[in-house]
Design a protein around this ligand. Structure first.
Ligand code: FAD
Ligand code: SIN
Length: 533
């Protein structure tokens, strides 16, 4: 058993930003950061386009960035939160730069600014096309200089400890559910350990792996959301799954697909269909730089109309020098599979990319469970509404990491560690006999979610999905009750719960808004509501 004041689950931008702030303010306290994989294996590491932030007040303004965010969010953003994130963003970016992150500059020393879908101005600071890699590097280096942060790798957080584990009946209606700590599967020893903590920050990232193809790495399995749901906390707007319009299409690929950043379209890349037509002009006056929900739906529609598995991204009008100056990694990746972007078009298709909903939090990152905070992609702050504006998520993670820190700092002295929490109970379980049961169920889940709960939905598809998820859930629970836990089983269980929450949110929303498009309800409802589960 370990005891701490500050527990952080997740080593992406949200977790590390928060950990650094707390560690600097409380030099005598130890901050524990847990991650189920290597420290840098996060969605953060794969971010490409950059960080949307207003830093050129001559040509841009907070009002314009706020306006773009609200338009993309399609009526469901919380305007107060939008203002907070956009106005506090520049300070947080400055701190990240002080910690060592580098962004590309013009010869005169100003930051180079990129543009992506839904942005009315060039405002995206970036590091080539590997912005996330650079940010994660800088954060991990800053953490390594901070002696009171301990990163514990390969530790899989299984569940949040609440009154339920002390023998009380806890339901959604229970007031003041409290988080006392977590159970963790140590992947090196295969033992479940107990961490007792005063405060916990969940920064567990997204859930793209619930779908057959995704831009997300294998860690993105919705664990934080599933844990909070099991603990009877509140989850919001899960139906808004953002599909990135342009993941690199590779025939037969399952799992993580390589992203072709939207910034390529910002610099002039053009989407074309099988017939070579630049089709986006038929769908939206903003053409290739319309918000993501519109572009992804347009591509989906073109693929269905022409019977193809991808469309094309045309960059043949770029010179090699111009393209590689901003996108050297994409250039190399394409070349590695035989595509010289100056000669051939890039095959692209939409892939699951970002979860706009998540653990419901207030303006200080507080979840509905006491002393449990959430930040980054696993949270639902109200910034993104029904569709996230490109490059707003790294910004949101930094701003909310800071807000969680401010709130926790005020409270920490008044919180006691709860003693006598029970150990994990593994009686009656044994090693699972067949891993195939787990891997097959995962494939089924991904198939169901991709076929029935993708870019375009309808009621029959959602009903079918729910039935199939019910069965998968029942089978997996049986396995879970009789098996000693493994990361594969834990992730499957979390992904089924996440899939269930996506389907349930989608079934409740009787309208089409932002990323949720249901052909049975093509218009918007007058009742503008968040769906809280
Ligand atoms: P992550 O960075 O995903 O970190 C999650 C952490 O939680 C990991 O350390 C993981 O191991 C840990 N974890 C999860 N479950 C458990 C568990 N059960 N136990 C222990 N640890 C656990 N956004 C932008 O704003 N701009 C961009 O240009 C951009 N480009 C993107 C490109 C790609 C390819 C992808 C996938 C995303 C992109 N995004 C971008 C989105 C953005 O990168 C993510 O939303 C953001 O990085 C999420 O950060 P996070 O800290 O919330 O989670
Ligand atoms: C991209 O670079 O296209 C991804 C940006 C984002 O997801 O915000």
């Amino acid at each position: 058993m370990r005891q701490t004041d500050f527990l952080v689950i997740g080593s992406g931008i949200a977790g590390l930003t928060y950990a650094l702030k707390v560690a600097q303010d409380f030099p005598d306290k130890k901050i524990l950061v847990m991650t189920k994989a290597a420290a840098d294996e996060t969605n953060t590491k794969y971010a490409q386009g950059g960080v949307a932030v207003v830093n050129d007040l001559e040509n841009d303004s907070f009002e314009k960035h706020i306006g773009d965010t609200l338009i993309a969010g399609d009526g469901l953003c919380n305007p107060q939160v939008v203002e907070i994130v956009i106005k506090e963003g520049p300070d947080r970016v400055r701190e990240l730069i002080e910690w060592g992150a580098q962004f590309d500059k013009e010869k005169d020393g100003d930051y180079k600014l990129g543009k992506e879908g839904g942005h009315s101005e060039f405002r995206i600071i970036h590091h080539k096309d590997i912005t996330g890699f650079e940010m994660e590097r800088a954060l991990l280096e800053a953490v390594s200089r901070q002696k009171n942060i301990e990163i514990i790798k390969h530790c899989f957080v299984v569940d949040i400890i609440t009154q339920h584990h002390l023998g009380y009946l806890v339901t959604k209606a229970t007031p003041d559910i409290e988080c006392y700590g977590v159970y963790v599967l140590n992947l090196l020893t295969s033992r479940i350990e107990k961490i007792v903590t005063k405060t916990t920050l969940l920064a567990t990232g997204g859930n793209g792996q619930v779908y057959r193809t995704t831009t997300n790495p294998s860690i993105a399995t919705g664990d934080g959301v599933a844990m909070v749901y099991r603990a009877k906390g509140r989850i919001e707007n899960m139906e808004f799954i953002q599909f990135h319009p342009t993941a690199l299409y590779e025939a037969g690929l399952r799992g993580q697909a390589f992203l072709i950043t939207e910034a390529v379209r910002g610099d002039g890349g053009i989407l074309r269909n099988k017939e070579g037509e630049a089709f986006m002009q038929r769908y939206d006056e903003r053409k290739d730089l319309a918000p993501r929900d519109i572009v992804a739906r347009a591509i989906d529609s073109e693929m269905k109309r022409t019977g193809t598995e991808h469309v094309w991204l045309d960059c043949r009008h770029f010179t090699k020098e111009k393209f590689t100056e901003h996108f050297p990694n994409i250039y190399q990746k394409c070349l590695s599979i035989g595509i010289d972007i100056t000669i051939s078009m890039i095959p692209v298709a939409p892939a699951a990319h970002y979860s706009c909903g998540g653990i419901k939090v207030d303006q200080w990152g507080r979840s509905s469970i006491k002393n449990l905070y959430a930040c980054g992609e696993c949270s639902s702050t109200g910034l993104h509404g029904a569709n996230r504006l490109a490059s707003n998520s790294l910004l949101e993670a930094m701003v909310f990491a800071h807000r969680c820190y401010i709130d926790i700092k005020e409270k920490i002295e008044d919180i006691e560690n709860v003693k006598d929490l029970p150990d994990w109970n593994a009686t009656g379980t044994s090693e699972p006999k067949e891993m195939i049961l787990i891997t097959q169920s995962l494939k089924e889940l991904q198939q169901v979610m991709s076929d029935y709960v993708g870019i375009v939905r309808n009621d029959i598809r959602l009903q079918r999905a729910m039935k199939r998820l019910d069965l998968l859930w029942e089978e997996t629970e049986k396995l879970y009750e009789s098996s000693s836990v493994s990361p594969q089983l834990l992730e499957l269980r979390n992904m089924i719960t996440t899939g269930y929450l996506i389907v349930k949110g989608a079934a409740f929303r009787k309208e089409s808004r932002g990323l949720h498009y249901n052909t049975d309800y093509p218009g918007k409802s007058e009742l503008v509501q968040n769906i809280v589960l």
